[in-house]
Design a protein around this ligand. Structure first.
Ligand SMILES: [Zn+2]
Length: 66
């Protein structure tokens, strides 16, 4: 324990048609790589959660084609 509470984690968004994004759980800024700390709010990142948003995008494209 370091007594630090200013940590956060990345929410990894994977897209079909563009590069992955990493969204800071604290400030909501998006970045193109999972840095050790957020470049915006400077919280130390403890890890990343996977958000499979490409599934929704795939369903959207499937509907769009019909
Ligand atoms: Zn942040």
């Amino acid at each position: 324990m370091f007594g630090r509470k200013n940590t956060a984690h990345w929410i990894q968004k994977t897209h079909l048609l563009r590069a992955d994004e990493y969204i800071c759980s604290a400030c909501g800024r998006r970045f193109d790589a999972p840095y050790e700390e957020c470049p915006h709010c400077h919280r130390v990142m403890t890890g990343a959660d996977y958000d499979p948003s490409w599934v929704d995008e795939a369903e959207f494209l499937d509907i769009f084609d019909k």
